[in-house]
Design a binder for this molecule. Structure first.
Ligand code: 2NL
Length: 374
């Protein structure tokens, strides 16, 4: 039976004590039964509602009819009961909330010892990997890395690199030109850079000698794609300028770099060559790191070196004084400084190193190829 407030039969201390005791017992019992927010609201309203709440009834049935001489005493008791009711309602709410936060902790429990969710991660592309490895070799020698724009002016891409005005590389056959440049003077006309060499000129314009730099980057040529060509490919160039740099420095530096990159057992060999921006120029051959220089793999001919035992890796040479002429005002006086430079194709080196036989595989991004580098 739910508790109800009834009239007092008299206003003696004993009757008042008993009535208060009954009320408080009911209050505690109901508070203990509050299990949810809606329980609590019903509990609060049953006791506190202005109209006909139990406290309002206490007021109406106990205090109002009390005779004058008992009013003070009854009023005080009613006030005490009112405070107890308010406190009990408040602590029932708090009990509900702390119970809720315990269950929230329970539901958000995180076991950090469980294995994580496996997400497949990407891998460095073999060309980028090759570039990073080559760059790391030169970083260890104290070279800094430079980068520059892929859209270049004729000046930086050709003129300052000692290409004569009618050199075949300036032809539409070889170079990708930006459209609608004819109105500009030739040196300002824009092309997609055909090598990373323009960055060497830009660096010499902003940094005085001595310098040691490597430049990795994308370059462009008007070549249709096939197993060994692509309109976009990658180069790594290097440049060292100082007083008294000799061809011996070039040979020693590049021999070390090849051993660091391909393994200490490779040999190097230099053969005469030609580039517009170097004099003298050379091609660097590395003993075949696939067959060890024998030209054979077991009973088969070695394909990467075409049975010669040697693989061409890069072009190099001593910086042509005509190139220094363009940056002479920044301290590059060919009477005072000399330098060597080299350039290599990262794509070709990656093809050889990983024995991939079609350059297009590097640009199709088929996961079956890429996964092998993960
Ligand atoms: C190759 C050959 C080479 C250079 C690049 C260079 C740059 C300046 C001055 C002199 Cl600013 N040289 N770069 C020199 C020799 C060869 O590249 O076969 N690259 C794929």
């Amino acid at each position: 039976m739910a508790y109800t407030v009834s009239k007092l039969k008299d206003y003696s201390q004993a009757t008042l004590d008993k009535a208060a005791e009954k009320l408080l017992a009911a209050l505690e019992k109901e508070a203990a039964e509050v299990k949810s927010d809606s329980d609590w609201k019903a509990f609060r309203d049953r006791w506190m509602a202005r109209k006909n709440g139990l406290l309002a009834q206490v007021n109406d049935l106990w205090l109002k009819p009390a005779p004058k001489e008992a009013k003070r005493d009854v009023g005080q008791r009613v006030n005490e009961l009112k405070q107890r009711v308010e406190q009990t309602i408040e602590s029932a709410l708090q009990g509900l909330q702390s119970g809720a936060s315990v269950s929230r902790l329970e539901s958000e429990r995180l076991d950090i010892t469980l294995p994580g969710i496996h997400r497949p991660i990407g891998a460095e592309h073999p060309i980028i990997k090759t570039m990073n490895e080559v760059v790391a070799v030169f970083r260890d020698l104290g070279y800094s890395v430079q980068e520059g724009p892929e859209i270049e002016t004729d000046y930086y891409n050709f003129e300052a690199l000692n290409f004569p005005p009618n050199h075949p590389a300036r032809d539409m056959q070889d170079t990708l030109f930006i459209a609608n440049q004819q109105a500009k003077p030739q040196r300002e006309q824009l092309v997609l850079r055909t090598h990373t060499s323009p960055v060497q000129i830009r660096t010499m314009e902003k940094m005085k000698p001595p310098i040691r730099i490597v430049i990795p980057g994308k370059v462009y040529r008007n070549d249709p794609p096939d197993a060994s060509h692509s309109p976009v490919f990658h180069q790594i160039e290097g440049l060292a300028v100082d007083t008294k740099i000799t061809f011996g420095d070039l040979k020693g530096t590049l021999d070390h770099a090849m051993k660091a990159f391909f393994g200490s057992s490779v040999k190097t060999s230099f053969r005469p060559s030609f580039f517009p921006f170097t004099e003298p120029s050379a091609e660097l051959m590395v003993s075949c790191f696939i067959c060890g220089g024998s030209g054979r793999r077991g009973s088969d001919p070695c394909r990467p070196c075409k049975q010669t035992g040697w693989i061409e890796i890069l072009g190099c040479g001593m910086v042509d004084p005509n190139v220094f002429q363009f940056v002479k005002e920044n301290g590059y006086d060919s009477e005072k400084v000399s330098g060597f430079a080299f350039g290599m194709g990262a794509d070709r080196i990656a093809l050889l190193k990983y024995e991939v036989d079609d350059l297009q595989l590097f640009f199709q991004n088929d996961v079956r190829l890429l996964r092998q580098f993960a």
